[in-house]
Ligand binder design. Structure first.
Ligand code: BMA
Length: 886
């Protein structure tokens, strides 16, 4: 008996495992295509997914588009129309299918699709999946497919001309060296340039393309929603969206969790007009579901969900597998106090746990999206996780990212705030535009909904604020643009979102006052108020190292300061003669108006400027200085937000529960707000993020006459935790502490001051006669970590800082592959110690730090194999005083 049962079990498993490789007939059309332009006579091979730029590059027609001013040199490419064509073979088995469709997961953007010379359909939105019926046009044997794309730049210009009024902004600022009217086309908005990126308005087939034949039905999308009952048991809602042939189709639908648990089997009937099936399934207690948690709060348990449909018409199986996670999400927007004028909360609650959102903003990782490999996404998101981030906002001027992006975010516990792709503009609202948006939102939600990492949607980037604050001169005709805004976001986009996915909060915009914006008619009087919703906050000439300049919002979803990327990252795209901070190319590459000047003006508030007489050396030193600016600014601002998470001021400001700085990654090699360079190399800011986002943060501030030391933790500990903090006073010109204070403190909330003393009192009876001569350094007494420092003046005014002789000693391999250890020693205190492994991909355990001990151990984590010798010869080290030459 037992034997027989086993046999049955094995058979069932193998049947379903086998049948998972669906019996539909699919013909993959990715791979080599011909990319041509008749006017100029180009006919090159290009791969799909891809764009005409990478095809021309591979064919040797153009050089690295990122090299110097090549974006300008190659401007002609975007003004031409490019064709994509190839042949493919149809076998009788495919031809015999009742329905045959061409599925285009992403056409970029305005295209006409031909099969064997006949038009099968058109596209005008890169964010929509197009499915065209091609059955009647195919023949057994060789067939030709061609997509004639139209220049996106020309199309957008034409649309703008045809439109009955101006939809601003018409063009980007001149510093962006970009193209105009991008808001008139449903395409990656930053592909016409941005203040951190070039204009490369691609054309091409940017996602998978295939032909699919079936006799009954095919599963196109599967969405899920997870709900937790008061008994702790989970309910899973699964919706299966089919594409059905022209007759009624009956068959068996089977849903399975992981390899073993069959959640549901039933017979269903579907048709073209009734093509989806939704089920609400109780997950048995025995499954013992483990929840999905954001990074830092628990594991990211994921379950494989298999959906099979076996039709009765012909034994045809369509299947889909997705990975899901069980979690709940809520956005708390209750009033903060009974006095409603004090505003509303704004924080995410995952599985009942309030979360302080720590992270940044994601922009497309390349102008040529086809080059963004899984490995690159994995590397960037791992770098986010490595610095304790738990949230990234996929910003609304880029693209809905690839499936891989969200899969990796699910695996790493990075929550995603997903904008819809509208940014920094007003938009048209003609019928065809709105209907295209409807298809886009529907498609994207059905594609993305099952990802546990996505915790919120937001309608657009900065359009509520732009309209209210008249960024684009719309105030003379406010009602027109307001009506457009309402029509697009409130009446078109939002109903689709709510209908398709009510399991996540939907926000009208970012920044927005959230519920308050909605009650004020969707365009609040003060979008980005400190009392409601989220803010975007930029300040370029304030003393960025002084926390008092920053606002006290509920949630900061954007704030940032620029820096230059490393010399190493610039080398492949700059000529020798460009390697001067004030070179024409440095100016050209800077898209943010006056950005390079601003960085210098900022630096001067805090430090003296480097003075090497060697132009290249000075450029290197200035890059380093701008990275210090940026790191200190983001540290000061982020810690300020974290300190405010559990307090309210007398007007109701506070309870800040999110800090997403602008921006995580780079689209090319340029001065931008990013903390990770185009190559993946960490800027100083990214190393600082590892400290300011740490689960336990020691955050000292100078509050007037007082040294105030806060401790911040991510969660209220179940039991108060007692610990000891050592605070020591140092003189810049003398290694060793002048005085130590050991403080016992108790953590029973998420943030609080543990030490507050008058500085003059602390300095008396020490040899620190002037504040400019000294700094405080502090750490948990037992572990030495986390540590923190605070100076009593800017570095510009500091007295007694001396050049430090910093050495790398005892460089060694560890037992582990790709990890090296080293020790650094110093004879003087050294601020902003920067260790560089030139040409080696990887990261240090720490960098950019104030070296306050005579020695410190550091590790290097290489991302690719490298020998000890090569690593050794790549190393260099410097600190602040090294940029000043006698
Ligand atoms: C905000 C963002 C981006 C921009 C950034 C820096 O406006 O939403 O549009 O790149 O600031 O200016």
């Amino acid at each position: 008996m037992a034997v027989a049962q086993n046999v049955i079990f094995v058979t069932v498993c193998s049947l379903y495992l086998f049948s998972f490789s669906s019996s539909l007939s699919t013909l993959d059309l990715n791979g080599a295509w011909i990319v041509s332009n008749e006017v100029r006579g180009y006919n090159v091979s290009g791969s799909v997914p891809g764009s005409m730029y990478t095809a021309l590059l591979a064919a040797g027609v153009i050089q690295d588009p990122y090299y110097r001013r090549n974006d300008e040199t190659y401007r002609w490419i975007a003004k031409e129309d490019w064709n994509y064509s190839r042949t493919f073979t149809v076998i009788p088995k495919l031809m015999a299918m009742k329905t045959i469709v061409l599925v285009c997961e992403g056409l970029d953007t305005v295209g006409k699709v031909f099969v064997n010379g006949k038009v099968v359909g058109k596209s005008d939105n890169m964010f929509v999946r197009y499915t065209f019926d091609v059955k009647d046009l195919l023949k057994i044997g060789e067939n030709i497919i061609k997509v004639e794309f139209q220049s996106a730049v020309n199309y957008a210009a034409e649309r703008s001309k045809q439109y009955s009024y101006t939809v601003p902004p018409t063009c980007p600022t001149p510093q962006s060296h970009g193209d105009c009217h991008v808001n008139m086309i449903r395409k990656e908005q930053c592909s016409f340039s941005w203040d951190w990126g070039p204009s490369f308005p691609t054309q091409g087939i940017w996602r998978d393309i295939y032909i699919q034949g079936y006799n009954s039905a095919v599963i196109r999308d599967v969405t899920t929603e997870t709900m937790r009952g008061s008994d702790g048991l989970w309910t899973l809602q699964v919706a299966v969206f089919f594409e059905v042939t022209s007759v009624l189709v009956s068959g068996q639908l089977r849903i399975q969790l992981d390899k073993t648990t069959v959640l549901h089997v039933s017979n269903i009937t579907i048709s073209q007009s009734n093509s989806s099936h939704t089920l609400t399934l109780k997950i048995p207690k025995e499954e013992n579901i483990m929840m999905w948690w954001p990074n830092g709060y628990g594991n990211q348990t994921l379950y494989q969900l298999y959906v099979y449909f076996e039709s009765k018409i012909s034994p045809e199986i369509s299947s889909k597998k997705i990975k899901i996670g069980f979690r709940t999400v809520k956005l708390n927007q209750e009033y903060v106090t009974q006095n409603k004028s004090q505003g509303r909360e704004f924080y995410f609650v995952i599985n009942g746990q309030s979360i302080f959102a720590k992270g940044s903003n994601w922009v497309p990782a390349d102008s040529f999206l086809e080059t963004v490999t899984r490995a690159r996404i994995q590397n960037r998101l791992q770098s986010a996780k490595d610095v304790h981030m738990n949230m990234l906002r996929v910003w609304g001027g880029g693209v809905y990212e690839s499936d891989e992006f969200y899969e990796i975010a699910d695996e790493l516990g990075i929550m995603i705030w997903q904008d819809f792709m509208f940014g920094c503009a007003m938009y048209p609202t003609d019928k065809s535009f709105l209907s295209s948006v409807t298809s886009e939102v529907l498609h994207q939600i059905r594609r993305l909904k099952h990802h546990p990492s996505i915790i919120a949607y937001s309608g657009n980037n900065e359009n509520e604020k732009a309209l209210r604050q008249n960024w684009y001169g719309t105030s003379t005709n406010f009602t027109r643009y307001y009506n457009d805004y309402i029509q697009l976001y409130k009446e078109t986009l939002m109903p689709v979102v709510v209908n398709e996915d009510s399991s996540r909060p939907f926000l009208p915009s970012s920044p927005t006052d959230g519920l308050e914006s909605e009650s004020e008619g969707w365009v609040a009087q003060d979008p980005g108020s400190e009392y409601f919703g989220d803010i975007h906050d930029y300040r370029y000439l304030d003393p960025y190292f002084d926390y008092k300049v920053y606002r006290i919002p509920r949630f900061a979803s954007e704030y940032g300061l620029q820096s230059w990327c490393s010399y190493e990252t610039l080398e492949p795209v700059f000529a020798e003669s460009d390697m001067d901070y004030w070179s024409d190319l440095c100016d050209y590459r800077q898209h943010h108006p006056f950005g390079n000047f601003q960085m210098m003006a900022e630096a001067l508030l805090y430090m003296k400027l480097p003075n090497s007489s060697d132009v290249k050396q000075k450029f290197k030193d200035l890059i380093y200085i701008t990275q210090i600016n940026q790191a200190i600014a983001m540290k000061t601002e982020t810690e300020h937000y974290r300190r405010w998470q559990n307090r309210l001021d007398s007007t109701g400001r506070g309870h800040t529960m999110g800090a997403l700085y602008w921006q995580l990654d780079d689209i090319w090699q340029a001065p931008t707000w990013a903390s990770i360079e185009y190559t993946g190399k960490w800027k100083m800011l990214h190393y600082y993020a590892r400290h300011f986002f740490a689960p336990m943060l020691i955050s000292p501030i100078m509050d007037g006459e007082f040294l105030d030391v806060y401790v911040v933790v991510d969660q209220v500990p179940p039991q108060p935790i007692t610990n000891n903090l050592t605070i020591s006073l140092h003189r810049w010109d003398q290694m060793g502490a002048l005085q130590n204070w050991v403080v016992e403190f108790k953590i029973n909330s998420t943030a609080g001051s543990v030490f507050r003393r008058n500085v003059t009192d602390l300095l008396t009876k020490t040899s620190c006669d002037l504040p400019q001569r000294c700094f405080f350094y502090m750490y948990l007494t037992n572990t030495q970590e986390p540590s923190a420092w605070v100076t009593l003046s800017t570095f510009r005014e500091a007295i007694g800082l001396q050049k430090a002789n910093i050495k790398i000693t005892n460089l060694r391999t560890t037992g582990e592959d790709k990890i090296f250890n080293l020790t650094i020693t110093t004879d003087n205190f050294a601020p902003f110690v920067w260790i560089d492994a030139y040409g080696i991909k990887g990261r240090f355990s720490d960098n950019g730090f104030l070296l306050a001990q005579s020695q410190k151990n550091i590790s290097f984590y290489a991302w690719e194999s490298v020998t000890l010798d090569r690593f050794n010869s790549s190393l260099s080290i410097k600190s602040l005083m090294d940029v000043y030459y006698e």
